[in-house]
Design a protein around this ligand. Structure first.
Ligand code: ADP
Ligand code: MG
Length: 448
């Protein structure tokens, strides 16, 4: 067995063993590189991931790989820079269980109770999709049939689809909901052909009240599966049962039989596009709350600005940051978030400005030691530098007045306000000073 296959097997087993955070954050981002004699070389995409895998999972990985490969291996983890999303986007390779019993209910995936309407944050870019899903969930087969949700990866299509199913079962436990991905549908069909059991599998599919088909783009280019899908679709639709579909693109861009495309187009189409900043922040807040992770507004804002187009990555960033902070016993600040996440999302990463950086810049510019700027010393030049640093903290960061006071030797908020007024007044009359301040703030805003 090749290393790649052994790795896929090991991942599936590890997913059961490792905690979710650890798995999502570290193991899943690793990838097999090569065999070197009897050593399996695994790539990790950061020093920290390597450290974590070696420390926590090396034994389990070694055992699992040895088992799959059929001989004892050694394990080596190398850092390989991959500028891909740090985590999670792609699913585990689906390797159908060879024992799958086609006549058994368990061929269908269960619904994930976490993907409920309650846990779904609504914003301008998913409002329509949410409203349609909610309407279908309330009254299946009455409103929009079929409902076709489409949009890019990690934007909540699967989540909404499960929510519809969960709601329907909750309202009526006898309601038969079948959730299947395009990929699984293909697999079921191909297996049933091989085992000469198409009739049986068809019956399973067709006796449903609500049919949820996820990632239908997977059917494109598979002629016979597509044909089977078409017949299944018609059989379910014609008995008046509800169908919900998702895809990464609208029907017109799917290379499917035109009959099938026009069936989709006759239903309700709703797209989901990447969420705006406020929605991203609300999602982070909600995920942090459910995961019992305490995050300041500044950190939430930092992550929401950094990761703009995929909610799964937003979640992944939270998990990664949390894992890092708890492992290192560090407080989660914007600087820490920048350190842990910034390298992965360099295109978007806004520079973090915090008190420590401001003090550093002011210290460089005026040759005063940072500890004096943050301390209590009353020397004239030191006080002037401290006031400037407070002013910059007030104007360039979201830090509150009391927090700024605290960072500068435990002053109260009125001292900070006084400092800001002094600086503003000096900026108005001293052009050289104004130019210096402008330069400092420019450097803070552009440096990375
Ligand atoms: P898709 O199927 O579009 O690729 P998913 O439904 O799998 O995306 O969503 C990816 C992750 O993001 C899931 O964990 C999901 O719970 C979460 N998610 C997506 N949209 C939202 C939302 N609006 N509110 C809360 N969580 C969301
Ligand atoms: Mg999905």
């Amino acid at each position: 067995m090749a290393l790649q296959d052994a790795w896929s097997e090991a991942l599936t087993a590890l997913k059961e063993q490792a905690s979710e955070a650890s798995f999502e954050g570290w193991v899943k981002s690793a990838f097999p590189l090569r065999m070197q004699g009897s050593t399996a070389v695994i790539g990790a995409n950061s020093g920290f991931a390597k450290h974590w895998i070696e420390k926590k999972h090396a034994d389990a990985i070694r055992q699992l790989l040895s088992q799959s490969l059929g001989f004892e291996i050694k394990l080596k983890v190398e850092i390989v820079e991959r500028k891909e999303p740090l985590l999670l986007d792609e699913k585990l390779p689906v390797k159908p269980n060879p024992q799958t019993n086609l006549s058994d209910e368990s061929i269908f995936q269960p619904l994930n109770p976490k993907y409920s309407f309650d846990n779904f944050v609504v914003g301008p870019t998913n409002r329509l999709a949410h409203a349609c899903a909610a309407a279908v969930a309330d009254e299946p087969s009455r409103t929009y049939n079929p409902l076709f949700l489409y949009g890019g990866a990690g934007l909540g299509k699967t989540h909404l689809m499960h929510a519809v199913g969960l709601n329907a079962v909750q309202a009526n436990p006898d309601f038969r909901v079948v959730y299947v991905s395009g990929e699984q549908f293909t697999y079921h069909y191909v297996t049933s052909l091989r085992e000469h059991r198409t009739a049986e599998v068809r019956r399973r599919y067709r006796s449903v009240d609500l049919w949820l088909v996820d990632d239908i783009q997977f059917l494109t280019g598979k002629e016979r599966t597509e044909e089977e899908f078409f017949h299944t679709f018609n059989a379910i639709y014609e008995t008046g049962k509800q169908i919900v579909l998702t895809s990464d693109r609208p029907p017109r861009d799917l290379e499917l039989d035109s009959r099938l495309r026009s069936r989709f187009e006759c239903g309700m189409l709703a797209d989901i596009s990447p969420p705006d900043l406020e929605t991203r922040m609300a999602i982070l807040q909600s995920k942090a709350r459910t995961g019992c992770v305490a995050l300041s507004d500044e950190v939430i804002l930092y992550i929401a600005r950094l990761i703009t187009s995929n909610i799964r990555q937003l979640e992944g960033a939270l998990i990664k940051l949390h894992a890092y902070a708890s492992l290192m016993d560090a407080e989660v600040t914007p600087s820490l978030a920048e350190k842990v996440l910034g390298e992965y999302y360099t295109d978007n990463a806004p520079p973090v400005i915090d008190v420590a950086k401001i003090v550093g810049e002011v210290s460089d510019r005026f040759g005063i030691d940072p500890s004096e700027i943050k301390g209590k010393c009353r020397g004239k030049e030191i006080v002037a530098s401290r006031q400037l640093a407070m002013y910059l903290a007030r104007t360039l960061t979201e830090t509150s007045l009391p927090a700024i006071g605290k960072a500068f030797g435990g002053k109260d908020h009125s001292t900070v306000l006084h400092a800001c007024r002094k600086i503003e007044e000096r900026l108005g009359r001293d052009r050289v000073f104004a130019a210096q301040v402008e330069e400092i703030s420019r450097r803070l805003q552009h440096e990375r």
